[in-house]
Design a protein around this ligand. Structure first.
Ligand SMILES: Cc1cc2nc3c(=O)[nH]c(=O)nc-3n(C[C@H](O)[C@H](O)[C@H](O)COP(=O)(O)OP(=O)(O)OC[C@H]3O[C@@H](n4cnc5c(N)ncnc54)[C@H](O)[C@@H]3O)c2cc1C
Length: 675
């Protein structure tokens, strides 16, 4: 009997979760026919993958705590039809404890609330990958092949034995082709081709000193690419930019030291002389607060401390869709689309205000505020289009603000809590127009924000509001935006404004890394003066660049420019050959959100249905192929993250549904035909 062949393209965390599921399912019931599972990982780092490579600099931190990382489905996943025994599925924290106790390796002597380096996560992923592969290899009839090759193309083949796919893979000069019946693509973040719009090169122009992709840091940012003493421009002020900045300072031998209560930086002389950093917002992602919801090492009680929406929930969203949603045909489904600004933002602001004050003044205040706002909330849900957005926000906030004004604040010991001001919270640095003090504003905000983060996500009102609404309510946000939930125009605004806001307010890195960024800002090594929306000019005579703040009008000239942002995925723009080839062959196509008069919105993602199978150029589903992660972000959000334990983790659910479906399809193919 010919073996069934399943291929996994990408050997990072999602692949680990998928292998765990296959191991659990096949241990419960071995496959009906011989099965070959091939894992393709171009970096050769099976399990860790490129993003969480165990070989990367320890200066790159995860943005979550040790107790919030899982490798396997658990009892919180209702769709998990088989679970591995508990001893075979440690969480990251349990894995680290085990390693410390077994090997005495103090690098893994962690507390649940510690933030691991990404390489530590990678070392654990590599080990768990190995364990799951070993479990699979013990199952009769199962073979697992690890191929350190890059898949560059896939074609559909129809032969005597039926339809299938041919994967073309390369490793150096060697090229090989492999048959597969089903393929899972978990290829990680987008990587675009040279993205900078350079002026046409003049005669004698120098090669631009431009680094389009910073990873792996030790190769992309070595001293030949970013020489010691150079002026470096960084586009982006989020996790990638922070990784690069810490790698180029601490990673090059500089060190941070405590000077009283202040962290300071002692340079090594090998770092850039100055790092000019700018982004669309001109602000660093905010510091992730100390995570007080995740102190339990087992992970089992975390969700109990998470915020549950009071004014916005999946039921509220369903009701809004029925009342004011605009029907649109998305694939074969009619979706009643909402407008994020008009229908959702007022509720988000209300939820934040409520949580802000409830954190400051406790349960009695919360009960009083709920009562006070009930009428305005019901009125909004009845007619969310009745007022302009800002008026709707103010109408919803008014009863909460009145409750605050009348509240005996001194009793709670929080009398200094300022009035909730949503505009100041969303734009804490104010308008950038003509701001010649943008750098000072950034430094001042980072200082305040870092102090707030140390108070924790259950004690600091501002951090509780950001964490509780933008992070804890991600399943509600996903229900709002995923699979065409917003109108085309609103979807565009969500990607350009609100998704960035979510990232900035709730998805930054933790206090350890942000205190270092503060020290580098205070030392003047990071220069944030250019501010929001930088314009970039290529200086052909030198190979350098001029960065001009669109709002501040401040200019800086830099020798080297680094893209410090993860680009938005677009199969046509990908640097590697795989996605352009899939597009050319018609196996995938762009997803569209249909707009009025042909003004469709294309976020860049590929067209997939709710099971993440692609829709081909002819409009047909290809059920044997599945895509997760960046290629489908824009259709389905919040996928790119590590799995969490005991949280019915959406990322684990992706792997779980794929494995359930794959195993069922393989079994069905070997069932005797009934007449
Ligand atoms: C810089 C960075 C920092 C991040 N930090 C965090 C964090 O702190 N916390 C968090 O929860 N999430 C973080 N993320 C999100 C991250 O995407 C997820 O944590 C996780 O890595 C997703 O797993 P994955 O398997 O989908 O992708 P990846 O981990 O990226 O793995 C995909 C793998 O596919 C391989 N590959 C790609 N194309 C091919 C091909 N054609 N052939 C063969 N192999 C291929 C790549 O080499 C890569 O190893 C971060 C992402 C980035 C980019």
């Amino acid at each position: 009997m010919n073996a069934d062949r399943v291929a996994l393209v990408g050997g990072g965390p999602l692949c680990v979760y998928a292998l765990e599921r296959l191991a659990a399912l096949f241990r419960a019931q071995p496959p009906a026919a011989p099965l070959e599972i091939s894992v393709f990982e171009r970096s050769g780092e099976f399990g860790a993958g490129e993003t969480h490579s165990g070989a990367q600099s320890p200066t790159s931190a995860l943005n979550r705590v040790a107790s919030q990382i899982a490798f396997a489905a658990d009892e919180s996943h209702p769709e998990a039809v088989a679970l591995l025994p508990k001893s075979l599925r440690p969480t990251f924290y349990e894995w680290a404890r085990e390693k410390f106790q077994r090997d005495g390796d103090t690098y893994f002597d962690m507390r649940p609330e510690d933030v691991p380096a990404r390489c530590q996560h990678g070392i654990a992923l590599r080990d768990m990958f190995g364990r799951y592969v070993a479990l699979l290899r013990e199952i009769p009839g199962v073979r697992v092949e690890l191929r350190a090759e890059e898949v560059v193309d896939v074609e559909r083949v129809v032969e005597g034995e039926g339809a299938g796919f041919l994967l073309h893979a390369v490793n150096g000069d060697a090229q090989r082709a492999y048959r597969a019946d089903r393929i899972l693509f978990a290829t990680g973040p987008a990587r675009r081709r040279f993205a900078l719009p350079l002026a046409a090169s003049a005669p004698g122009a120098r090669t631009p000193c431009y680094v389009p992709h910073p990873y792996p840091l030790h190769l992309s940012l070595d001293e030949s690419a970013v020489p010691p003493g150079c002026r470096l421009g960084v586009l982006g002020l989020g996790l990638t930019a922070i990784d690069a900045m810490l790698f180029l300072t601490e990673g090059r031998g500089g060190h941070f030291f405590d000077d009283g209560n202040v962290l300071r930086y002692a340079p090594s002389g090998r770092e850039p002389a100055r790092i000019v950093a700018a982004s669309t917002s001109g602000m660093f992602t905010w510091c992730r607060p100390r995570n007080e919801k995740a102190l339990d090492g087992s992970g089992q009680t975390h969700t109990r401390r998470e915020h549950q929406g009071v004014f916005i929930s999946t039921d509220v969203v369903d009701a809004l869709r029925m009342r004011v949603g605009r029907p649109a045909l998305i694939g074969s489904e009619t979706v009643r689309q909402l407008d994020f600004d008009r229908h959702i933002l007022p509720l988000i602001v209300l939820e934040m205000a409520y949580l802000y004050y409830a954190t400051a003044f406790g349960a009695d205040f919360a009960a009083r505020a709920r009562e006070a706002v009930a009428h305005a909330h019901a009125r909004f849900l009845q007619a969310p289009d009745a007022m302009p957005v800002e008026a709707a926000i103010e109408a919803l906030l008014a009863p909460v603000q009145e409750t605050f004004a009348a509240w005996p604040r001194a009793v709670s010991g929080r009398e200094s809590t300022p009035r909730f001001d949503w505009r100041a919270m969303f734009e804490p640095l104010g308008a950038g127009v003509g701001a010649d003090d943008w750098h000072e504003r950034v430094v001042d905000f980072v200082r305040r924000d870092n102090r707030a983060a140390l108070e924790g996500n259950l004690h600091n009102p501002m951090k509780a509001a950001c964490d509780g609404v933008w992070r804890d309510l991600r399943p509600v946000l996903a229900q709002i935006v995923d699979f065409g939930g917003l109108t085309a125009e609103s979807h565009r605004r969500f990607c350009e404004v609100h998704f960035r806001r979510y990232t900035r307010m709730s998805n930054g890195t933790g206090p350890t890394a942000m205190r270092k960024i503060q020290a580098l800002l205070e030392a003047g090594l990071i220069d944030a003066a250019v501010g929001p929306s930088p314009r970039i000019e290529y200086l052909a005579q030198t190979g350098g660049f001029r960065m001009v703040g669109e709002l501040t009008m401040i200019e800086r000239t830099v020798d080297v420019l680094l893209e410090g942002r993860v680009p938005v995925f677009d199969p046509a723009q990908e640097a590697g050959p795989l996605y352009p080839n899939l597009l050319r062959r018609g196996l995938i196509r762009h997803w569209r959100n249909p707009g009025p008069d042909g003004a469709d919105y294309l976020p860049g993602a590929i067209d997939v249905n709710r099971r993440f199978h692609p829709i081909d150029a002819a409009g047909r589903e290809i059920p044997e192929l599945t895509f997760f992660g960046a290629p489908t972000e824009g259709v389905a959000f919040f996928q790119l993250s590590a799995a969490r334990p005991y949280a019915n983790s959406p990322v684990l659910n992706l792997a779980l549904r794929w494995a359930n479906e794959t195993v069922a399809a393989l079994r069905a193919a070997h069932m005797p035909a009934t007449t």
